[in-house]
Design a protein. Structure first.
Length: 255
């Protein structure tokens, strides 16, 4: 029966997937066109964790410079190991924020969930075993040899994205593309509401060109979306688009 359904869907130009299917499927189809369509030369990877996004970029064919920022010791070690053999992948043990200095970050069992904010409730992966003092920098304070108008700035900081944008207003205004995680059901205390996050992106001159579910709660409600945003009124036309095939899918559940 499953094979029949997939065959019929394929004839109609659709792909049918498991509810647990990774959102990488969509990114693999959407991201290459977005990078090529805007002539992206460098990627700033804020909240790099263990380097998954850098690996994704290389997998979809991006050959330019990647600058990955990850403040926490344990995931940074894995990030540095993955980037060691790639001369155009640069790593920094720092957190992007709205000010430079030091700050305390809450570390979780699942390191991809580390956050400057406290949890609203715990789960298997979202259990807080401790804290770590980390160095913070602002995007405006970075001295990188890049053309920001040809730069893709990925921000995934578990509730801290608005502050990252606040500390990068000058360099983000000319940036071409920003993917940012926007929460509809906050999982951290004091996490900005989705309309505040969207307002920050709009104020910087960005419009949404893609929304990808990241996680769902036990009722199936989407908790977070990855938003891919493009700079409004770019002088060059955006011709990239996702595959013409429709996508029937869902995000992962927090566990």
């Amino acid at each position: 029966m499953k094979a029949l359904i997939k065959a019929l869907a394929h004839r109609a130009g659709l792909d049918v997937m498991s509810l647990a299917y990774s959102r990488d499927y969509i990114y693999d189809r959407f991201l290459p066109g977005a990078l090529k369509g805007h002539g992206i030369q460098a990627v700033i990877d804020i909240g790099a964790n263990i380097g998954g996004y850098g690996e994704l970029l290389r997998r979809v064919g991006f050959a330019g410079d990647i600058h990955s920022f990850e403040p926490c010791s344990q995931p940074f070690g894995e990030l540095a190991r993955k980037a060691a053999g790639d001369p155009r992948w640069h790593v920094y043990q720092k957190a992007a924020s709205d000010r430079s200095g030091t700050a305390q970050i809450h570390t979780m069992v699942g390191s991809e969930l580390n956050s400057f904010l406290s949890l609203r409730e715990s789960s298997r992966k979202m259990t807080e075993p401790g804290t770590e003092d980390v160095e913070t920098v602002t995007l405006d304070g970075l001295d990188l040899p890049i053309d920001w108008s040809r730069t893709f700035v990925k921000i995934d900081t578990q509730g801290h994205d608005v502050k990252v944008m606040s500390g990068g207003r000058n360099v983000l205004r000319p940036a071409a593309l920003i993917p940012s995680e926007v929460s509809f059901l906050p999982i951290y205390q004091g996490m900005p509401a989705f309309d505040e996050a969207i307002a920050s992106l709009k104020e910087l001159g960005f419009d949404v060109i893609g929304m990808f579910p990241v996680s769902r709660d036990s009722l199936g409600r989407v908790q977070e979306f990855d938003w891919l945003c493009v700079k409004r009124n770019l002088p060059r036309s955006y011709t990239a688009s996702p595959s013409k095939r429709g996508l029937c899918r869902s995000g992962r559940r927090r566990s």
